[in-house]
Design a binder for this molecule. Structure first.
Ligand SMILES: *Cc1c(COP(=O)(O)O)cnc(C)c1O
Length: 402
């Protein structure tokens, strides 16, 4: 019988797909997590950008238990009022006119890809299925989304790569323009690359992609699974660039910890997705959407996003100071709101482990970046505490060097 506090020596019955730490938590409250031994951790990971409202948010808990006592699941052959309500709210607050609910980010991206391809197929352009995507991007782990991401490490060993994706270096509009062929149907991009190392796309680049799409009759698909839902201080990150996509994948923050995702689209694009074209057993079930409704209400409450932006500035200020104090260890800082990262010189995975010993939870990203994704309810004092811990850990490395 495996104990909940699995130590690395014990054989786990789970797939070995994750390099797990033996650390296990029993309880969470706000921006803090607790082990069964009562140890307290400051959470600057938020389940990788998921727990936007922190742990155990009272209103989300209330929505979950009330719905849980009433009805969990019925299937999408029935009308689901909770899903109608959440979709209506998303439509009111974004570019979109229609929503498809999923259980995860990868499924939201899959739906975006299918919707784009089907839009053209429906117009008699079956050969137009190619999507231009970007190097360093991450779109999920299904066969379709690993092809979209194009990361060789994720594709290797899983048979033929699904065709229909071309990859270019982000930031290079000319390179994107050159990749457009009569087969191209869409451009797919994360406005801020998350797993890739918190790489922020320039406003001018995003606007340029919108124009390329308009000039060539292509659809612009945004993957805002990580950078959306308030993370950057706007409801969605593309709002900073003043553009609108045609299709957008959303997940992570939308469920505040409950598995939920969504594919948003304009009516023009969504209208080809008629009965039989797509589906999901669980996607948008009453329990998930009841939680989603409690989350969106708080994210869009007056002042919430302005506060995220303000805390993002505080976080950015601390990162800048850190880079000045440790120029050999912290070589670049990046951030937009509460989606931030620091490129460091020590191996980032070991550094994440070191921070854990100091009771601070962070996660690594590509390009040796320490990724900071605190819950959006973080306070100035929490940020200060986190940076004191990061300083202590950097001092230890600095001390060892001398
Ligand atoms: C996490 C993530 C995904 C995949 O989401 P899952 O819920 O793990 O399937 C897709 N795109 C981006 C940008 C992500 O950060």
């Amino acid at each position: 019988m495996p104990s909940p506090n699995n130590t690395s020596q014990e054989k786990s019955a789970l797939f070995g797909t994750y390099a797990r730490t033996p650390l296990a938590f029993e309880r969470g409250e706000g921006v803090r997590l607790y082990t069964s031994r009562g140890e307290e951790f400051l959470d600057f990971n938020s389940g990788i950008g998921v727990n936007a409202l922190g742990h155990s948010n009272p209103l989300v808990r209330k929505a979950l238990t009330e719905q849980g006592n009433r009805l969990w699941h019925v299937s999408n052959i029935y009308t689901i009022p909770e899903a109608e309500r959440l979709a209506q709210k998303l439509v009111e607050e974004t570019f979109a006119e229609a929503v498809f609910f999923t259980n995860s980010g990868a499924e939201a991206v899959e739906c975006a890809i299918k919707t784009a391809r089907h839009h053209f197929s429906d117009r008699g352009e079956k050969e137009r299925f190619e999507i231009i995507a970007f190097k360093g991007s991450f779109h999920g782990r299904t066969l379709g989304t690993i092809a979209a991401g194009g990361n060789p490490a994720y594709l290797e060993g899983f048979g033929p790569v699904m065709p229909g994706f071309a990859h270019v270096e982000p930031g290079d509009l000319e390179a994107v323009a050159k990749k457009i062929t009569p087969k191209t149907c869409a451009i797919l991009i994360e406005p801020v690359q998350g797993e890739g190392g918190i790489r922020i796309m320039e406003k001018s680049f995003m606007a340029g992609l919108r124009k390329l799409c308009d000039d060539n009759g292509l659809l612009l698909i945004l993957d805002e699974v990580q950078c959306g839902y308030g993370r950057t201080g706007k409801f969605f990150a593309h709002e900073w660039a003043g553009i609108r996509p045609d299709i957008m994948a959303v997940a992570k923050g939308i469920g505040g910890g409950f598995p939920l995702g969504a594919c948003l689209a304009t009516e023009k694009v969504a209208k080809s997705m008629v009965p039989g074209t797509h589906g999901s057993t669980y996607g948008g079930n009453p329990l998930a959407c009841a939680v989603g409704n409690a989350v969106i209400e708080q994210i869009l409450a007056p002042g919430f996003l302005q506060r995220v932006e303000k805390m993002g500035n505080v976080l950015g200020h601390h990162m800048q100071q850190l880079m000045q104090k440790y120029p050999d260890l912290v070589v670049d800082v990046r951030g937009m709101g509460l989606m931030a990262g620091m490129k460091i010189t020590p191996p980032v995975r070991e550094f994440v482990e070191k921070l854990r010993q100091h009771k601070l939870l962070c996660v690594a990203a590509g390009d040796n970046v320490l990724r900071l994704l605190p819950p959006l309810i973080i306070t100035e004092d929490d940020i200060k505490e986190a940076f004191e811990k990061i300083c202590t850990a950097l001092d230890e490395i600095d001390g060892k060097k001398k």
